[in-house]
Design a binder for this molecule. Structure first.
Ligand code: KG4
Ligand code: ZN
Length: 407
């Protein structure tokens, strides 16, 4: 009799504990808010990484029409949409603000005017609802998005490529990064957007609603890259930094030459846009691949990655490019790394990745601030500890790797 009673009590206790922990678990909900560039995003996520509701307003079409992001226009569009986007994410998740455990918002890096809208809104929101605030580094969020779907352990190497950034880093923890290289001028997404604009791809029937990178990827599928043998940048610099401005110049010169040959004005579609798209995309991919290859060798030489199952994560808007993914996979296969990319939808900016970064920080109790603390946005912010000088000093020469991709 006694043992049965004890057993029942134990069962009851376990059930109660189970409920209590389940409740605690379920009650840890994070609202993520993103406004660092031209996407107004919000999402509600539980502590397991389940997306309960999300909303995203893209300004892409407006900026395509105006020929690039005008910061004051981006700011105004964020201002017009932030309230609705956050409201939608909350309604879709059936979560009242009172049930949130914290609000996580991008505060750096990005366009100051855009960051300011998300931050001002969040400041008011956390004060009104008395919620903790988690300031988020946009690039850290891109770097850790992959852990939302897969249990990727630290440390891992990450290549982040977007419209505003190009960087290689070792992710050692939620707030612990070593920066191996970064762009010295513009980012690959920016270069591809500018090339697409110079080619007037908005006038191309298949490309009118696509970002520059998406347009180049689409056209490149039927292009012959060998017609424009652009030089891969920084061939004589043995570090992991990037430069894309010189490539853009090479492409612009080639476009001008073709316009003269075909006797057409700037603003008219060239007959060889597909070949230029293929050559530009290939050169961007090769540049990313070479710097990443050097970063892998550097990490291996310095024991910075695990010897078993080392991982390269590729993320950011440009990481949705299949050609670039395939090129990077040649490097990971050659060097024995495993390549992981978040789904394309989560590579470009969104509120989900910010909510997830908030969850990661909440779990570890890192960077959680009371509602009334003053936080400022930072348009420029490095990712982690800058080790690019050490990488440069190592001057690693690479064996050549044949990059051949079939579309
Ligand atoms: O990460 P993201 O949404 O915003 C920034 O933080 O910059 O990236 C946007 C960038 C744009 O430059 C866009 O042209 C590029 O990502 N992009 C692509 C592709 N899709 C978006 N670049 C190359 N291929 C794509 N498929
Ligand atoms: Zn981004």
């Amino acid at each position: 009799m006694f043992p049965t009673k004890v057993k029942r009590l134990l069962q009851l206790r376990n059930t109660l504990w189970g409920c209590a922990s389940l409740k605690a678990h379920c009650s840890r909900l994070v609202l993520g808010i993103e406004t660092s560039c031209d996407d107004t995003g919000a999402a509600v996520m539980d502590e397991t990484g389940k997306i309960l509701g999300e909303s995203l307003h893209s300004q892409k079409e407006v900026h395509l029409r105006t020929g690039g992001i005008i910061p004051t226009v981006a700011q105004q569009l964020h201002r017009e949409n932030i309230e609705r986007v956050v409201q939608e994410a909350l309604e879709r998740s059936h979560v009242a603000p009172s049930r949130l455990s914290a609000v996580a918002t991008t505060v750096k890096p990005g366009l100051g005017l855009s960051l300011g809208i998300g931050l001002d809104f969040s400041r008011r929101f956390v004060r009104q609802h008395n919620k903790p605030f988690i300031p988020i580094h946009h690039m850290e969020a891109h770097a850790l998005t992959v852990r939302m779907h897969l249990p990727v352990p630290f440390p891992f190497l990450v290549l982040l490529v977007s419209g505003g950034h190009s960087l290689l880093a070792v992710a050692r923890g939620v707030d612990d990064f070593l920066l191996l290289g970064h762009s010295l001028d513009e980012a690959p997404g920016d270069t591809m957007d500018k090339v697409a604009r110079r080619l007037s791809l908005i006038k191309h029937p298949q490309c009118s609603t696509l970002s520059g990178g998406q347009a180049l990827e689409l056209l490149a599928k039927d292009g012959d890259r060998s017609r424009f043998p652009f030089r891969t940048p920084m061939g004589q610099t043995y570090d992991c930094c990037f430069s894309f401005a010189g490539l853009r110049n090479q492409v612009n010169m080639a476009i001008m030459k073709k316009e003269a040959e075909e006797g057409i004005e700037q603003g008219t579609l060239l007959s060889c846009v597909k070949d230029i798209a293929a050559a530009t995309q290939h050169t961007v991919a090769c540049h990313l691949a070479k710097r990443t290859h050097r970063a892998i060798v550097f990490c291996k030489e310095n024991g910075m990655l695990p010897s078993s199952n080392p991982i390269l994560v590729l993320s950011g808007g440009v990481a949705s490019n299949e050609y670039i993914r395939k090129t990077l996979s040649i490097i990971t296969e050659t060097t024995g790394l495993h390549l992981l990319c978040p789904p394309a939808k989560f590579c470009t900016d969104n509120g989900v990745m910010i909510a997830w970064n908030g969850v990661e920080r909440l779990r570890e109790g890192k960077g959680i601030l009371p509602p009334n603390v003053d936080v400022c946005y930072e348009p420029k912010a490095l990712l982690g500890v800058d080790m690019s000088a050490e990488v440069r000093a190592a001057a690693i020469r690479l064996p050549s790797v044949r990059i051949k991709i079939h579309n």
